[in-house]
Design a protein around this ligand. Sequence first.
Ligand SMILES: *Cc1c(COP(=O)(O)O)cnc(C)c1O
Length: 458
Amino acid sequence: MPLPFDCRDGVLHVEDVALPAIAAAVGTPAYVYSTAALRTSARAFRAGLASVPRKQLAFAVKANPNLAVLKLLAAEGYGADIVSAGEMLHARAAGMPAESIVFSGVGKSRRELAAALDAGIGQFNLELEEEGVVLAAMAAARGLRAPAVLRVNPDVDAGTHAKISTGRKQNKFGVALDDAAAIYARLAGRDGLDLRGIAIHIGSQLSDLAPLEAAYARVGELVARLRAAEHTITHVDLGGGLGLSYRPGEQMPSPAAYGAMVARVTRGWDVTLLFEPGRFIAGDSGVLLTEVLWVKPGAVDPYVIVDAAMNDLARPALYDAFHDFVAVRPSGQRMTANIAGPVCESGDTFAMGREIDAVAAGDLAVFRTAGAYGATMASTYNCRALVPEVLVDGGRFAVVADRIAPEAMLAAQHIPHWMAEVEAAPRKAALRPATGRALGAAHRPRSRRSASSGRLGS
Ligand SMILES: *Cc1c(COP(=O)(O)O)cnc(C)c1O
């Protein structure tokens, strides 16, 4: 079977669609996802866990909340790991059943907890004791028992970038392992709460299974201690984090190796295991398609200025992340260059001194492995359009998220009425014989409300 991203007749394709066809139809920059690649990784992750008897798979929506992507993963039997009510909205709109939704995140608002309770989601992952107290009260008031697990912070160094490391004791996530048993005991008896286990998530882009194994082993000890204290533990959520190879030739743990480790460490736990993969499922299923605008001489190497920028793909600026850059019509020639976008920040640089396919102005190229934490982190910084997303399936493709043009963003902005009045006053005055009275009337606030907002604003 051909690879989902492959050169055919000298042109990079996504499945059976040549990327220049997408650039012509949709413009650049644009994210392009492969249905086949998404299915392949979703199935590979599940297959890796074949020896785990009772499991639930919840795609970490934050990695790629595109509706079509979620719908595809729902069809593969994935639920959702959400971190906001907005992500719940997306997961439900994609047809994911409420029971298959797990709500993680250190800052769930009361409004979000209420919305999730009312929707009947499958599990709340509590990040602190007070959250459990509040959730229990809210559920009891509704005559419900909220299914919940307690997230612990195992204090292990996941060996990944500091900004995507979540399981060290100084991180904001979970309750300290040492406090977990006492908090669990205080929450377990509450009306409105069906506290049923433990959750963990130590970080993302993990290239080594050892920290995960150490963290899971600590969870195993905690589960044993909780059971010794007569608590019923039926669910353990092992989080996400499995890394992906971003650099050509980079070695990463396979889902099979991950699954074998999980099976070994969790043997005898006798629980339903939850998994929350994000990056592994979506990362390698998408590219960011871009056009070279200019090739500009630099102090050392030339700058390849592309029309994608840090507002479209933030990972290099945020985490010094590496995204492979390849030409859509590679000539076979190579060049050493810096790759940068148009945004007015030096941080808007994708690579320095990198050997890449030789490109010239007008050429198309892609940043690979951009399907996770790509479009979802996009912004409109520099009043740039919000980048569109395209899904390919075999020989067909469709825009699955529109390009939001600056005109639409402008239409969502408003000039406060008092500024409009100030602006209008001289014009009005110019149209009529200028009198002090007319100007004075124009400056007077229209209502009490505008008068008080004027005070607030000063
Ligand atoms: C981000 C996140 C995930 C997904 O992490 P990946 O590295 O993308 O697999 C899973 N669970 C929680 C709680 C998260 O915050």
